[in-house]
Structures are given as structure tokens and as C-alpha cells.
Design a protein around this ligand. Structure first.
Ligand code: ATP
Length: 579
């Protein structure tokens, strides 16, 4: 392992892997390396390009901005899904169309496609082992109430995985089987037929992009040659969150001609729920690959780096800037009180970012709603209470569209609305979506604090929905407000001041207030554990000042934290909590 700094240049004609902690300058280094490659490569010629793959659309924009105008036309910066869709799936999908019943002419990009009643019904009715689905799990019984909910959850968590022979298979997640546990063996026998229902109408999921790409390049190796001819360099940032299919594809590309470079930090791997695996990065090897590490932290104050080094044991980052700042503070008490206190400490006009563990808390911070009354499980309860086959989906998509639009993300807002008008021709889909979104935004004040029925009524004048009979669904809609439910949604791209830690990955902020849902990451830190890594990522986003808030702490734990860490504990309640 060779130690470098983020200003060092390396040989551009050798595969590389760079491992470095937060704020080490990985992204900064990558941008410089691209510029250096454009300047000095003898293999780029006039039309060939560098592929630069990163994890989110926001990261793509950051890299493009930092590259500057002179270089961007020599580089293609994108997410792995967009890259593979554009260069593998779109041009070659017809090779798979017969086998997988894909309506290629209707495929237009990739999106998230969850189970829908009509699709699941169609799949079960035609399932090759439908005769084995017997009472109390007949296919009709599976299409009702709790069983239908469980089936939806299971189908929402399907994954492509390699079997022991190295073949890619679509499998269900054993931890998500719930009420359909008894029949998943039968159902799992024909999951591809479930997918084919989507593919036959041109609907390709994000995971399908990886699956189809892998099949296409392994069955038709000339596609790999085309990729290598177009991209003699292939660099990937944030590789600690890569999944096994991506890693295989990258290794195949690297076999000839193309120089591959990967960059990452195992301690910042926080997307296991999307199929990422930390081992893919740690074990990633290529022939003649040179391994580098960067041991500095160029982002944070000395006091913040001390805390990061106390939590993480495998490396000790050095303090590049060597700037002294305030000691990090752990506030005990109410989150909104802590936020007000942080504003006071940072001074008028300073920007403060709050980073929360879950969506409801991050969203509540957006409107500074007192957090005590928030039910983080409300979304789940909503889906359980309303078992109507279309209504909950229409309501949730519309809430997401409204809330995305309210933070300025009109692109994703419109996408959410368009899904509700799939039966119209494309032109009407857009017009109808804009019309409904506009009305919902104009009437926001009329429904946001009243029962969910008011919101439902506005949508119903645009989209037909079942009316309510007395029962659990009606009680639920009467009993909660739009805002209570809206607080639980997951923003697609959140660049606001109040985000989840996951949405802050790769970013940095002057002042951070971290809102964890447990203090275990300080009481018993173990970065082998993803939950602790999430908080490590949160802590490491801060440049100048770092604060944490948690509702309660025993005297014993307070003493432990004060002894163990470079941190001050301040009780906002003034009354000590003795638990
Ligand atoms: N060589 C350098 N010269 C000037 N500034 C640098 C250099 N390297 C890094 N920086 C600055 O240090 C900060 C951290 O760098 P960067 O965001 O690239 O780190 P990173 O390793 O990608 O972080 P993380 O993994 O935590 O997202 C940024 O503000 C960046 O501009």
C-alpha cells in the first residue's frame, strides 16, 4: 500500500485502488486525476472518453462542476445505472427481448416499479404452480388484507444474486417474507414471470439494468470491446457502496485495454439495504493494480478529527488544516431546543445542517415541527389500514409529488405524478400531471393541517378512486392530517438543510447537528456494524462545528462518554435524567 496525498499525481496507465477516510480528498483527487489523464493520455484521441461513475445524481453534478468547462466534453460522468442503460441496455436489449418477453420499443429509461394489485393478480393466476397454492394460502386468499401486504413487501425486496455456479438469479429476501412465509418456496419458483409482466409493457427497474447488462456483456462479449473502445479509462468513486453485479461488470471491463480505478472508504459503506457489500471494495483486485491510501483529513477542525479517530480504530487521520475549533457538544434534551441552541452558538446567518437517521425526523426538521408527537411508523400503518388496491398508491405518490415540488425538485415531482396517468397518451400524461400538481400546490393551505380526507377529495376530482365505506381505512383518513403522513416520505434527491445522513453522503457542511436514534455508536462503537458506520458518516460531514442531540442519557453513560471522547455533554433540560 502506497501512501499519497490528495495533491499527488499517479501513473495514468495502471489500474488503481484508493482507500481513504472521510474528508481525505478522494473526490478532489479524482477530479485532478481526470484532468491529468485528459492532459497526458496518448490513448484518448479525439473521440474516446473517460467514464467517471459515482453514486448519486447529486455527486455527478458536483464532479461536473469541479471539472470545469475545458474537460467535461472528454468525460462522461454518470451513475452506474445511467451509464449501463445508455451504453449496454438501450443499444442491445433486443438480444434478450424474446427470452424475457421485453417490449423493447416501449422501454424508455429505468425507474422504481413496485408491485401493483393488477400485476400481482395476473402473476398469481398464471403462476406455473398455482395449483399448489391451497387454503389458507390460495391465490385468492393471498390477494387480500395482511397476506397481500406481506406479498407486496416480499416482492418489493427481490434481489438479483449469484448462485453457487455463478449464475445470476432473481431471489426473494428471507427476512421479508412475513405473512407469506409458507408459500414463498412455491412463489419463488417463477419470479421471472412476475418481472416479465413489467418488461412486456416496457417497464425496466433500476436493478434490471444491472441484470440485463451483465447478461448482455457475458453472452455477447463484443459489447465489452465496444465499451473499451469508447472508454479507455473507467474510474469509480464511492465504491464501498457497490454491489456484486457492478463489481463483476467492472472486472470484466478491466480485463483488456481499459484502465480501471476505484476509490472508496469501507467505513463509509451505508447502503447494504440496496444490495451494496463492503467486501466487494475490500476484496477488489485486478492484475497489476496499485493500491494507495490517503491518511489526511482536509475537511474538519482538529477537535472533530479527534472525535472521528476515537470512533474509528483502523486508521488515524492526520490533521491537514491543523485548525482548532470548538469541542463537539452532545446535547441531552429536545431536538428543536438543541437546534435553537446551535443557532445561538453559531451566530446569526450561519448555515446549520441537521442530519437525521430517519426520514420522518429529517422532514419534521424541515418544518421545525416538535418531534415528540411524530409517529415514524405511520407510513406502515397507513398501508395496513387502507387495503384498497389503488387508493394508497395514488395518495402516497401525490404526497411525494407535492413535497418534492415544495423543496424545488420539480423533475422528480412530475415523475411521481406521471405514474398516476399511465393510461393516457404521453402528451396528456404530462399535461394532466402538471394540472393536478399545480392545483395541489395552490390548495396546500386548505388541506395540510386537516384530515387526510381533504387531500383525497382534491385528487379525486382528477383521478377516479374508490369512495370510503365505514371501517379501518375511513377511520385512518379521518384521524390523521396530511402533514403527519407527509413527514414520513423519502425525498428522492434532498439538497435541503435538513436531510437524512444517507442523503448527506459525499457532502460537507460548516456546522452540523447530528440527530441519531441511539447513542450506541458512542457507547459501544463498532464500525463492522453498518448502523455505527451511518453515524460515522454523519459526524464526518462537519467542517467547523459538530453537535449531537439525544433525548436522554444515564449519569453512568454520560461519565463514560466524557471520559472516552473529546466531547462536551450539555443537559438542556437542566434536570438530570436518572434512568
Ligand atoms: N489537494 C487539495 N487541495 C485543496 N483542497 C482539497 C484538496 N484535497 C481535498 N481538499 C478539500 O478537502 C475537502 C474534502 O475533500 P473531498 O470532499 O474530496 O473528500 P472525500 O475524501 O471525497 O470525502 P468523503 O469521503 O468524506 O466524502 C473538500 O473541501 C476539498 O475541496
Amino acid at each position: 500500500m502506497i501512501t499519497i496525498t490528495s495533491s499527488d499525481l499517479i501513473d495514468i496507465e495502471q489500474h488503481f485502488k484508493i482507500t481513504a477516510g472521510p474528508g481525505a480528498g478522494k473526490t478532489h483527487w479524482l477530479v485532478n486525476h481526470i484532468i491529468n489523464t485528459v492532459k497526458n493520455s496518448a490513448r484518448l484521441e479525439k473521440t474516446r472518453k473517460i467514464a467517471c461513475i459515482t453514486y448519486t445524481n447529486i455527486a455527478v453534478e458536483t464532479i461536473l462542476k469541479r471539472l470545469g468547462a475545458g474537460v467535461t466534453d472528454r468525460v462522461e460522468v454518470s451513475t452506474i445505472h445511467s451509464f449501463l442503460y445508455k451504453h449496454v441496455v438501450k443499444p442491445y436489449l433486443h438480444y434478450l427481448s424474446d427470452e424475457f418477453e421485453i417490449n423493447v420499443s416501449k422501454v424508455n429509461g429505468h425507474d422504481t416499479y413496485g408491485p401493483r394489485y393488477s400485476i400481482v393478480k395476473n402473476w398469481l393466476e398464471n403462476h406455473k404452480r398455482v395449483d399448489e397454492l391451497t387454503h389458507p394460502n390460495s391465490y385468492k386468499q393471498l390477494l387480500f388484507g395482511q397476506k397481500l401486504d406481506s406479498l407486496f413487501i416480499w416482492l418489493n425486496n427481490l434481489q438479483y444474486m449469484y448462485d453457487s455456479d455463478g449464475n445470476l438469479k432473481l431471489v426473494g429476501n428471507q427476512e421479508k417474507v412475513g405473512g407469506v412465509r409458507k408459500v414463498t418456496d412455491i412463489l419463488a419458483d417463477d419470479l421471472i414471470s412476475y418481472k416479465k409482466i413489467f418488461w412486456s409493457s416496457g417497464k425496466v427497474d433500476h436493478d434490471d439494468v444491472l441484470f440485463f447488462s451483465y447478461l448482455l456483456i457475458t453472452r455477447h462479449p463484443f459489447i465489452l470491446n465496444v465499451l473499451r473502445a469508447k472508454f479507455p479509462y473507467f474510474f469509480l468513486d464511492e465504491v464501498q457502496d457497490t454491489n456484486p453485479i457492478q463489481a463483476k461488470i467492472i472486472k470484466l471491463i478491466a480485463k483488456e485495454e481499459t484502465i480501471v480505478g476505484i476509490i472508496g472508504d469501507p467505513a463509509q459503506s451505508i447502503f447494504a439495504f440496496q444490495g451494496a457489500s463492503i467486501d466487494e471494495f475490500i476484496n477488489f483486485k485486478l492484475e497489476n493494480m496499485v493500491e494507495y491510501q490517503i491518511l489526511e483529513n482536509r475537511r474538519s477542525s482538529n477537535q472533530i478529527i479527534d472525535l472521528l479517530n476515537e470512533v474509528r480504530k483502523d486508521i488515524a487521520q492526520s490533521k491537514y488544516k491543523n485548525v482548532d475549533g470548538e469541542l463537539p457538544i452532545l446535547f441531552i434534551g429536545d431536538t428543536v431546543d438543541a437546534y435553537k441552541k446551535v443557532k445561538e452558538l453559531c451566530g446569526e446567518g450561519s448555515s446549520i445542517h441537521t442530519l437525521s437517521r430517519d426520514n420522518p425526523t429529517a422532514n419534521a426538521m424541515k418544518s421545525l415541527v416538535a418531534l415528540n408527537g411524530i409517529d415514524t411508523k405511520l407510513l406502515k400503518k397507513f398501508k395496513e389500514a387502507d387495503s384498497n388496491k389503488d387508493r394508497p398508491r395514488i395518495i402516497l405518490n401525490s404526497i411525494e409529488a407535492v413535497e418534492f415540488a415544495r423543496i424545488g425538485d420539480y423533475k422528480n415531482a412530475l415523475e411521481k405524478m406521471k405514474v398516476l396517468f399511465t393510461d393516457c397518451p404521453e402528451k396528456d400524461r404530462v399535461n394532466n400531471s402538471i394540472k393536478l400538481l399545480q392545483e395541489l400546490l395552490t390548495k396546500y393551505d386548505s388541506y395540510n393541517e386537516t384530515s387526510l380526507i381533504a387531500f383525497y377529495t382534491v385528487i379525486k376530482s382528477h383521478i377516479p378512486m374508490s369512495t370510503f365505506k365505514a371501517g379501518a381505512a375511513k377511520d385512518f383518513y379521518d384521524g390523521i392530517t396530511y402533514t403527519q403522513l407527509a413527514i414520513c416520505i423519502n425525498y428522492k434527491e434532498d439538497t435541503s438543510q435538513h436531510r437524512t445522513i444517507h442523503k448527506a453522503k459525499g457532502d460537507e457542511f460548516e456546522n452540523v447537528l447530528l440527530i441519531p436514534s441511539s447513542l450506541d455508536f458512542l457507547l459501544n462503537p463498532d464500525l463492522e456494524n453498518e448502523e455505527d458506520r451511518v453515524y460515522y458518516v454523519g459526524l464526518s460531514r462537519a467542517i467547523n462545528r459538530l453537535y449531537i442531540v439525544f433525548s436522554k442519557l444515564t449519569k453512568k453513560n454520560q461519565k463514560f462518554i466524557e471520559e472516552q471522547y473529546n466531547i462536551k455533554v450539555e443537559d438542556l433540560t437542566k434536570v438530570h435524567h436518572l434512568i
